[in-house]
Design a protein around this ligand. Structure first.
Ligand code: HEM
Length: 205
């Protein structure tokens, strides 16, 4: 591939799969659309990622990449809600929940509540995770892209590792920006999906 820009469209995945099939294109779109917002890193995106042929692993880079993924999962949790059934009547604050009622916890609302995340709750700001999840929001359980409690996603560590590896291989070698054809339309199917697919311009670095 020469260093000219290529248009690329990541189609909607034909079958609902594990969340990262949606998260990787979403991460690239978010990164492509927010290159200036990443100036908090004070470095170019490609330079902070590990290169596998380097003998010195760049752990700071990996931490920052983790923060980028965490922020993408906050704004666009692939699994948009988790549900629980009340096995017995329970009181949550002033709310009485009868036995047998299904409760849907809508992660988009939880992840963008300014009372929990501050006034920039709707902004892409990976730096908020610099001191971990508890440093990013007032109530750590409010961050739940992998669910909560006993039924929390058992694949979360594998998923985070896979996303880091995939992005660490792509970002040092290609730059991404949004195509003028991109239409921002998060859509709730079984997963939170880009309704019209993902359109990116890719340039070999
Ligand atoms: C970005 C990727 C992923 C996301 C966002 C994600 C998210 C979730 C969420 C929100 C739940 C529901 C948790 C709850 O109800 O509290 C869940 C459950 C589950 N996930 Fe994932 N997941 C991902 C990747 C994976 C991977 C890679 C695996 C396996 C290799 C996996 C296996 C499972 C299983 C088996 C459950 C059901 C757990 C149970 O009900 O006890 N997930 N996931």
């Amino acid at each position: 591939m020469s260093n000219q820009a290529y248009a690329w469209s990541w189609p909607k995945h034909p079958m609902p799969g594990l969340g990262y099939q949606e998260i990787i294109p979403r991460a690239l779109t978010t990164i492509g659309g927010h290159v200036s917002a990443l100036s908090w890193m004070d470095v170019n995106i490609p330079s902070y990622i590990v290169k596998y042929d380097d003998s010195n692993l760049n752990f700071v880079g990996l931490m920052q990449l983790k923060m980028v993924i965490q922020e993408v999962l906050r704004l666009y949790p692939g699994v948009a809600f988790v549900s629980r059934e009340a096995l017995q009547e329970v009181k949550l604050g002033k709310l009485r929940i009868p036995k047998g009622v299904n409760i849907w916890i809508w992660l988009l609302a939880l992840h963008q509540d300014p009372k929990l995340w501050g006034p920039d709750a709707d902004k892409f700001n990976p730096g908020r995770f610099a001191n971990g999840i508890s440093g990013a929001c007032t109530y750590p359980h409010a961050y739940a892209p992998f669910g909560v409690g006993a039924r929390i996603c058992p694949g979360q560590s594998l998923a985070m590792l896979e996303m880091k590896v995939i992005l660490a291989l792509m970002l040092p070698n290609f730059s991404f920006s949004l195509s003028p054809n991109y239409c921002h339309a998060p859509h709730f199917g079984l997963l939170l999906e880009p309704k019209h697919g993902v359109h990116l311009l890719i340039r070999k670095i």
